[in-house]
Structures are given as C-alpha cells and as structure tokens.
Ligand binder design. Structure first.
Ligand SMILES: [Zn+2]
Length: 374
C-alpha cells in the first residue's frame, strides 16, 4: 500500500481530507502529540489513541542520543519499541541540535555537536538523518534542514534557506525508494515572502510527498506568524499535505487551519498538563490556583475525558499541589483530548462549509472565560 493524500472538502483556504499510510489513515487537519523520547510523557500509548490521535511525532535528536537508532532498529523499530502501531512522523534532528546540543559546528556537510546528555560527539548530515529515520521505522520522514531563530537579518535567513534547499536535495537522494513511506520537504525563508516563494519552488522542483512550513513559532509572535501563513501555505503544492511545525496554542491551531494548514504538532498540551495548566473551550485554567480547592465541579462539564468525567476540580487541585503523578496523567489526558476534539470540530465544520461559524463560536466561548468561582 502506498502513501497518499485525498482532499475531501475545502472552505475558503481551510481543507479537510485523509492521509493514507500502510499503518492507518490520518484525518486532516491533524494534531500530532509529541512523543519525544519514545513516549508521550505521562500517557500510555493506548490512552493517546483514545484521545483521537491518528499519528505521533518522535524526535530524531533525542532518540539518536538515547537509546540510539541502531539499538531501536535491533529491537524491531520505534513502533514496536514504544507499542504504537499507527503512523509516526519523525523530525530531522536539525532544529533540536541547534536548540539543545553543545559545541555545535555548522558546515555545508552538516552539523557536528556534543550530546546534551553525556557530552559524546556526533554528526548529523542529511544522509545520516535519513539513515536514522529509516532505522527508527518512521512513516513520515522530515528532510534535514537548518532554521535560524527569529529575529534574524535577511542575509542570514537567505543563506540558511538556500543551505536547507541544498540539504533537501541531498535528503531526497539519500531517502531512496521506500514505498509506503513519505519524505516531507521543509519550506524556510523566515518572514520574507519572496524567500518563502523561492524555497517553495525549490522544494516542488525536487518533489516531496508532503511539505512543511518551517521556521515559524520561533519567537515571532502570533500576528507575524498569521501574516506569513496568509501566503505560505498557498505557495506549496495544493495536492500534498502541508505541515506547520511546532504549533501551537488552541487559537494558533484554529488560525493555521483557517489559512490552509493540514498538520501540526506541539509539546504544549502534554507539557502544560504536567505543570497544572489545563486548556479548555473556555481558555486556560490553572489548577494550582486556590480557588479550586473546594470546587466539586468538573474541569469542563462538557468534556468526556476521564479527568472531567471522574474527578473534581478540588481533586485535580489537590494532586497537583501534592505533586502526585496522577496530576500530570489526568491533565495531559484532558489537554490531548481537548486538542483532538478541537481538530475534529474543525474537520466537521470544513466538511459542512461552516468554518467561519465554528471560528466565531470558538472565540466567543473563550471570551466568556472560565466558570465563576463557587
Ligand atoms: Zn476533560
């Protein structure tokens, strides 16, 4: 079976459809929970699936350092290793090398660096990144790229984008012929529309199974990101999935889908779940706050997740304050459930041709804010 993408409906720039892979379908627009080190922290894989996730993201940088790609391959690949048999997308490692590793040295060939875990020396190149992602058994492989933090001057963004396009070509060549697996190219160019266009043209000339919008959500702010998304998705091939990397908050997801994005990923719902922060249709709720200590009501009375169905705000507040593990487990579950419900709501709205109505209701509910304290 081959990798494929079918659009079933559009509403303005927003689109809904299905990515098909030998490991199962991915309903788009899709949100991918992040399973950094072969686990979505605080969640069993079957629970992640129960929230409605069709696909997970794994991090090449973390997995190559610990436990190592060759070891995961010997143990049967990442799906078997972490007990997730549905699709997995892996990033290329490039972004995290630049943000986490020590003593980085960037050349035309690639990046050498020292591990932030044990100080060991490593090299990542387009060829090595493709090899690692193959060893992991990733279904959707990302091209190896370089991404400057914003703000950066135009010359730096231009040189970096052109290097990434040369690496995209090397990634395509190294990926080879792997039926059922996909390689995605990554558009760069910062907030410069003409550089984004040049990057999109270079990628389309090479040819990929999908295209990512990289280099956003790196400190530019929502307004600048949306301004870029007003044109960037439209520069990419219309018949292939478009993936916005590392985004975001619930209102970022709605704004990105409105502008034609099909896939997103972010650590936010799982990370904030471990710090007592819940995302609900009424906005953000801090369970650490003393106002919840005597509150017998659920976090969100309309939510069907286990945290909201079986526990009170008072309990969620108590286990958070007491540092109990179940706190992170319940809030991560709730947050991932809410994110997946938000995606499902957008898919239905696009199919029904009423994305504008959905968006208005989404913002109106958030504007109401959290329920009044008792
Ligand atoms: Zn819930």
């Amino acid at each position: 079976m081959k990798f494929g993408f079918t659009l079933s409906a559009t509403d303005g720039a927003a689109r809904t459809g299905t990515i098909s892979t030998p490991r199962g379908d991915i309903r788009t627009p899709a949100f991918m929970p992040v399973g950094t080190a072969a686990t979505v922290k605080a969640m069993m894989p079957e629970s992640v699936r129960e929230t409605g996730a069709d696909i997970l993201l794994g991090n090449t940088y973390h997995l190559m350092l610990r436990p190592g790609a060759e070891r995961i391959d010997r143990l049967g690949g990442l799906h078997r290793f972490m007990n997730w048999d549905r699709p997995i997308l892996t990033d290329s490692g490039g972004f995290q090398v630049m943000s986490l590793a020590d003593l980085r040295k960037l050349t035309e060939t690639g990046v050498t660096f020292r591990s932030h875990v044990d100080g060991s020396k490593h090299e990542l190149t387009p060829e090595r990144s493709m090899e690692i992602q193959r060893l992991l058994g990733s279904d959707i492989v990302m091209a190896f790229d370089e991404c400057p933090a914003l703000p950066a001057d135009r010359k730096r963004i231009e040189e970096s984008m052109r290097l990434s396009m040369r690496w995209a070509e090397r990634s395509r060549a190294a990926f080879g012929d792997r039926p059922g697996h996909a390689l995605f190219g990554i558009q760069q160019g910062g907030l410069e529309q003409d550089l984004r266009e040049e990057s999109a043209e270079a990628l389309a000339a090479i040819g990929f199974e999908g295209y990512a919008i990289g280099g956003l959500a790196v400190g530019e702010g929502q307004e600048a990101m949306f301004a870029c998304l007003d044109y960037a998705p439209g520069q990419l091939p219309i018949d292939k999935p478009r993936y916005l990397m590392g985004v975001g908050k619930p209102d970022d997801l709605v704004g990105a889908v409105k502008r034609g994005v099909d896939m997103m990923d972010c650590v936010l719902p799982s990370r904030s779940g471990r710090t007592g922060q819940a995302w609900t249709r009424r906005g953000q709720v801090n369970l650490k706050n003393a106002r919840h200590a005597d509150d017998p009501r659920p976090l969100d009375e309309d939510c069907t997740c286990p945290a909201c169905r079986n526990y009170s705000r008072a309990y969620l507040h108590h286990v958070m304050r007491a540092g109990e593990m179940i706190s992170g487990m319940l809030l991560t579950w709730h947050n991932l459930h809410y994110y997946q419900e938000l995606m499902a709501g957008m898919r239905s709205a696009i199919a029904a041709g009423d994305f504008a109505g959905f968006e208005a209701a989404f913002h109106a509910k958030r504007a109401e804010g959290d329920i009044e304290p008792l």
